[in-house]
Design a protein around this ligand. Structure first.
Ligand code: NAP
Length: 210
């Protein structure tokens, strides 16, 4: 199986890369400024490109089974549109898309208000628009909505579904990477679902470390 990782120098993407290093999958790492990737493994290849570039994404999709998009930026909706167009044209179906908590206004209570205060004004709106591009596409998607991310060296998470209130305030990048790896290893899991991921027992008005 060949996995295309878009935004491969991203922090969660790098953890997924480590987790898949010993697995029988090949990884195509797509990123800007490819020289940043060190220690390219036997199961890895690197492609430089920008996620808004149709030709670059199309080239990167050759022989790919699953696309894992770990992207960011104010133009994330344009990136989503380009990826959907390229995947649809290339007849590719499976995508894992990292988004954020709050895109459906699903975060309750004081934390929900705080989350709006912190993320409104560009971020939440563009991430919501990008997720909508993915959800309304013909692709077979899994959207992952992480709580506020930490670099804790722990795997401890629970999930919520779209339509349910979001739980908790934080989650480790390692937990999100574990979920992504689980889906790559079982590609039919969580298909056409948008799932929230948080660390259990972290309810509160804001992340405890903030
Ligand atoms: N921080 C939080 O608490 C939190 C909570 C929930 C969700 N999230 C979101 O979760 C996602 C993943 O988190 P993370 O920590 O892994 O993020 P990250 O380290 O910022 O990774 C995002 C990657 O996207 C790449 N990228 C941006 N625009 C691109 C483009 N046009 N073409 C190709 N690559 C592009 C960046 O590449 P460059 O290295 O070239 O800039 C970067 O490596 C992010 O979207 C983040 O906003 C964050």
């Amino acid at each position: 199986m060949k996995i295309l990782i878009l935004g491969a120098n991203g922090k969660i993407a790098q953890l997924v890369r480590e987790m898949l290093a010993t697995k029988h999958v090949s990884l195509r790492l797509f990123l800007r400024n490819a020289s940043r990737i060190e220690n390219i493994g036997d199961n890895e290849e690197v492609i430089e490109g920008d996620a808004t570039n149709f030709a670059a994404i199309t080239r990167a999709l050759t022989d790919v089974d699953i696309v894992y998009a770990n992207l960011a930026g104010q133009n994330i909706e344009a990136q989503a549109k380009n990826i959907v167009r390229a995947m649809t044209t290339a007849n590719k179906k499976r995508i894992i898309w990292i988004s954020t908590l709050g895109i459906y206004d699903e975060v309750p209570g004081d934390f929900g208000k705080w989350n709006h205060e912190m993320l409104d004004g560009g971020y939440l709106e563009t991430y919501a628009a990008a997720a909508n591009v993915i959800e309304t596409s013909p692709l077979n998607y899994t959207i992952i909505r992480p709580a506020w991310l930490t670099n804790q060296d722990e795997v401890n998470f629970e999930l919520t579904q779209k339509g349910e209130l979001f739980n908790g305030t934080e989650v480790s990048r390692k937990s999100v990477a574990t979920l992504v790896t689980e889906i790559i290893n079982n590609p039919t899991r969580y298909t056409n679902q948008s799932i929230g991921i948080n660390k259990p027992g972290t309810d509160g008005p804001m992340p405890a470390w903030y």
